[in-house]
Design a protein around this ligand. Structure first.
Ligand code: SF4
Length: 427
């Protein structure tokens, strides 16, 4: 689909549309000018002054007038503080609250179109998985992948595995820490393969980062659930390595995994998850699933549902399979019909939501450390809504009269309730 993004207001709004632009591109969509008849128009609004409110309203009206066929997605402070008014503006198809901004692309694709597989598996997950911002940065430590999963174009697009040297990575982390970043996400196309080309490994890299930097939070990006070096899980004994692992499994059926040419069977995944849960307190394990892979039978689909129920992963990124030219899967017979893929995707979304909610419930009443973000929106009484993440990457919201004191600091709060997949926390 063709997507156009537009923003009003502060630099944070600009940074957000940059992130969304990356996310849309990684999901296989094309960014276009407004004149190129976009299918989706995303507007990031502002409410810092009455003038900004007026301009935001006009922006929405004009956008719809110029592009009556485009689906309109509105986010930002004006939309968040004036929900009723925004949804009643002609042409608005979806409102994404500020508290769901990091999920905007996912919500847009879920609500406005069918989600499709990213063109390059694994790497784009970092964009979809973790929100950026002034408190968090991504450190790319390797590129390329030695495997050829049959749905993935990465080997063709990125070539052999190439790792950066530890001393360069450490230097970069120390620099950005000095600039005020509090959390890094270690990312790569096939992270588990880090070091294969330079006589090193992921264990040595993470141990060196923990030893040679003092950045408060180190987080692992998406990790294929194999090739993890010996002793890797023990690294999480260091409280600076955040207890969250995103392990893309892609299916709960061994026969589908075989057709996908994956290197991890369900039993191996089971073992890895149970070891991690045994060794790492409060570990949050999330994953990816591809729905409707070629030839996926009703029986194989049921195996996936049963596996998801059994594993109780706290969140799943669900992609509907789509043909990628140049991949082996594109040439496979028995492509699954669209209406079946759609139905399966819907079922899996519902199941995932139920599991996520019950996982979150288990944290009610606990006190957790939160790295708080910046807040732009004050309500009429001058209080700010501030968002942040727990160590295991669950989103928390609180209210504060002094959002600056929270911003980019790790301050504990007590979890009191859950609204729309976000914890409400009391400072
Ligand atoms: S492991 Fe498979 S899915 Fe992951 S990047 Fe390599 S080829 Fe792609």
């Amino acid at each position: 689909m063709r997507v156009h993004l537009k923003t009003l207001g502060c630099r944070l709004n600009e940074a957000e549309i940059e992130t969304w632009a990356n996310d849309f591109s990684s999901s296989g969509h094309t960014l276009v000018d407004e004149s190129a008849s976009p299918d989706i128009l995303v507007l990031n609004t502002c409410a810092v002054t009455q003038g900004a409110v007026r301009k935001s309203r006009q922006l929405v009206r004009k956008a719809h007038k110029k592009n009556p066929k485009a689906k309109l997605v509105v986010s930002g402070c004006y939309a968040t503080l004036n929900e009723q008014e925004t949804v009643s503006l002609e042409g608005v198809d979806l409102l994404v609250n500020n508290n769901q901004k990091d999920q905007l692309v996912k919500l847009t694709l879920e609500n406005i179109s069918e989600e499709t597989m990213p063109s390059i598996a694994t790497e784009p997950n970092e964009n979809a998985l973790f929100s950026r911002g002034r408190q968090r940065a991504f450190i790319k430590v390797q590129d390329g992948c030695r495997y050829r999963c049959s749905f993935c174009i990465v080997t063709v697009a990125r070539g052999d595995e190439k790792s950066r040297h530890i001393k360069d990575i450490v230097l970069e982390i120390n620099n950005i820490h000095q600039q005020g970043i509090s959390e890094i996400v270690i990312s790569g196309v096939h992270l588990g393969g880090y070091g294969s080309d330079i006589n090193s490994d992921l264990f040595t890299l993470i141990q060196s980062i923990l030893d040679q930097t003092t950045i408060p939070r180190v987080r692992m990006g998406s990790l294929e659930p194999w090739d993890l070096p010996a002793g890797f899980l023990q690294l999480f004994e260091n409280p600076r390595l955040m207890p969250h692992m995103h392990l893309p499994v892609q299916s709960g059926s061994d026969s589908v995994l075989k057709r996908m040419s994956r290197r991890c069977k369900t039993d191996e995944f089971r073992t890895l998850v149970s070891q991690a849960r045994r060794l790492i307190p409060n570990i949050n394990i999330t994953s990816d699933m591809i729905v409707g892979f070629p030839g996926e039978t009703d029986g194989e689909w049921q195996q996936t549902l049963d596996f998801v129920k059994e594993m109780r992963l706290a969140d799943l990124h669900i992609f509907t399979y789509s043909i990628r030219d140049g991949t082996k899967a594109a040439t496979m017979s028995n492509q699954v019909q669209n209406d079946i893929k759609k139905q399966r995707s819907k079922t899996l979304h519902k199941l995932t939501q139920d599991i996520k909610y019950s996982t979150m419930q288990s944290f009610l009443g606990t006190t957790v450390d939160v790295l708080w973000e910046e807040s732009q929106c004050a309500n009429e009484y001058g209080s700010f809504t501030v968002f942040g993440y727990t160590p295991n990457y669950l989103r928390v919201k609180t209210t504060s009269d002094n959002s600056k004191a929270l911003s980019n600091n790790i301050i504990p709060c007590t979890i009191t309730s859950i609204t729309d997949n976000v914890f409400n926390g009391l400072l």
